[in-house]
Design a protein around this ligand. Sequence first.
Ligand code: 5GP
Ligand code: ZN
Length: 112
Amino acid sequence: MSDCIFCKIANKEINSELIYENDNIVAFKDLNPRAKMHFLIIPKKHYDTILDIDDTKIMQDIFKAVKEIAKKYNIDEKGFRLINNCKEDGGQEVMHMHIHMLAGEKLKTTII
Ligand code: 5GP
Ligand code: ZN
């Protein structure tokens, strides 16, 4: 996906503050943080939405990344929130599947 901003971040064609990387996944700081810590976890391979991921290894690696980031940033004790906005009703703006990881403070309750 040559015009996808998150593909460009994954390929390091665009700068971002990378906080984690393995063979299939990168995580980086959100440009417009909504909490003291706001990371985005993405597969390097382009999938439009979470519904398009057909490779269980990618899902495994995403959850492995969550655990490793939680340890690395010392948020495993107090916790964090994961959010996936999917398509229009979910409020997805960037059409490269990503998981928001929010932490570092007591997060406000929104819907749930
Ligand atoms: P969505 O609404 O699609 O779930 O979230 C997209 C997120 O990507 C937003 O929180 C937005 O701040 C973030 N974002 C959009 N463009 C960039 C970018 O170029 N760099 C980084 N680091 N974050 C971005
Ligand atoms: Zn992409």
